[in-house]
Design a protein. Structure first.
Ligand code: NAD
Ligand code: TYD
Length: 358
């Protein structure tokens, strides 16, 4: 039975990944989730697993080397799946320090502890061990509107403190692979959307604001392009890279689903109207007049677009969820989980929202 150490499993992608893995492998795997529970971490995301004997949770900061070492000492970890990070570009522009702390130094702590646990006296590693570092396409910088894609060979050119910190963490993983032959893979994925995404990111923020009749803030001219992937397709890619990826390789993950931000907002409004019955009072709020152009994000990357050729040809991964279906699944989840949204948007979220948008 394999044991996975998942960092940041109480966040958006991490919690979806844990659900994906238990749905796929059932009782044949163990997962230990280590998470600091920052504002973005929420144990409600994993409530259905609380009593699963194959799942356990450790509340710890990945920068706390003693806490991480203890987990490795007490468990024979086969794979580390490293999600834990500060993940929001706007927050990184306001407060870069914690991004360097968690994303760079925290990754170093994870690498050092995995290396110490897995390395043999001759410098080789125990059989079958792998560290999967989950990263982003934002490390490659920004593309022109009219062409080009991010390949694994595209030079790194991060612009925001968030993407610079993720690029630094990728470089550390690459250095450990080159220097110590440390068994790892890196995945660089495009923008994700789906259940449990925190409403500071575009898609859940627009769904939540539209349902409450609040303004829908569009940065700049609304024509920045992101390449959106349904979160379960990302979870599937990570599992496949752990199983089939060649050690020391990077794999880009994306589904050729480029859309301008304003297109995304219009699709969400149309889908909400289509899905809500006429009798639902929230339908009366939903209206394109809510769209409000606001000051642009500083250093706003114009376009991201992934070339997923390598993961398709080497590993056989392909996305399964078309955007028109994924956005319906996402909206349906938010309809069914109003309490979740209420809980995460109470308290500190209001302070963040007021300082960011007013
Ligand atoms: P998220 O912000 O929703 O979740 C991050 C999780 O990490 C939270 O549970 C948080 O509590 C935890 N965490 C933060 N600091 C920690 C620390 N010091 N110690 C332990 N836990 C800590 O992020 P997400 O959107 O789920 O992203 C997960 C990973 O995937 C990140 O590494 C991100 O860079 C990467 N990624 C995200 C996207 C996307 O579209 N969201 C796309 C590609 C890659
Ligand atoms: P976001 O979800 O923060 O992801 P990222 O910046 O990592 O790509 O933002 C997606 C796009 O939406 C990005 O171009 C910024 C834009 N955006 C808005 O126009 N308004 C908003 O309120 C937010 C949060 C984002």
């Amino acid at each position: 039975m394999k044991t996975y150490l998942v960092t940041g499993g109480a966040g958006f992608i991490g919690s979806n990944f844990i659900h994906y893995m238990f749905n796929k492998y059932g009782e044949n795997i163990r997962i230990i989730n280590v998470d600091k529970l920052t504002y973005a971490g929420n144990l409600e995301n994993l409530k259905d697993l609380e009593n699963n004997p194959n799942y356990s949770f450790v509340k710890a900061d990945i920068c706390d080397s003693d806490a991480i070492e203890k987990i490795f000492n007490e468990n024979d970890i086969d794979h580390v799946v490293h999600f834990a990070a500060e993940s929001h570009v706007d927050r990184s522009i306001r407060n870069p320090e914690v991004f360097v702390q968690t994303n760079v130094l925290g990754t170093l702590v994870m690498l050092n502890n995995a290396k110490a646990a897995w390395e043999l006296p001759d410098g080789s590693y125990k059989e079958g061990k792998k560290f999967l570092h989950v990263s982003t396409d934002e490390v490659y910088g920004s593309l022109e509107e009219d062409g080009g894609y991010f390949y694994e060979t595209t030079p790194y050119a991060p612009h925001s403190p968030y993407s610079a910190s993720k690029a630094s963490s990728d470089m550390l993983v690459k250095a450990y692979m080159d220097t110590y032959k440390f068994p790892a893979n890196i995945t660089n994925c495009s923008n994700n959307y789906g259940p449990y995404q925190f409403p500071e990111k575009l898609i859940p923020l627009i769904i939540n604001n539209a349902l409450s009749g609040k303004k829908l803030p569009v940065y700049g001219d609304g024509k920045n392009v992101r390449d959106w992937l349904y979160v379960m397709d990302h979870a599937k890619a990570i599992d496949m890279v752990i199983e089939k990826g060649r050690l020391f390789e990077t794999y880009n993950v994306g589904g050729h689903n480029e859309k301008q931000n304003i297109e995304i907002i219009n699709i969400i409004l149309d889908t909400l109207c289509e899905m809500l019955p006429d009798s639902d009072p929230r339908k009366a709020h939903i209206n394109k007049d809510l769209i409000t152009y606001v000051e642009d994000r500083k250093g706003h990357d114009r376009r991201y677009a992934i070339a997923p050729d390598k993961i398709k040809s080497e590993i056989g991964w392909e996305p399964e969820t078309m955007f028109k279906d994924g956005i319906k699944l996402t909206i349906k989840w938010f309809f069914e989980n109003e309490e979740w949204m209420k809980n995460v948007t109470s308290g500190a979220y209001q302070d963040y929202y007021n300082s960011m948008y007013k």
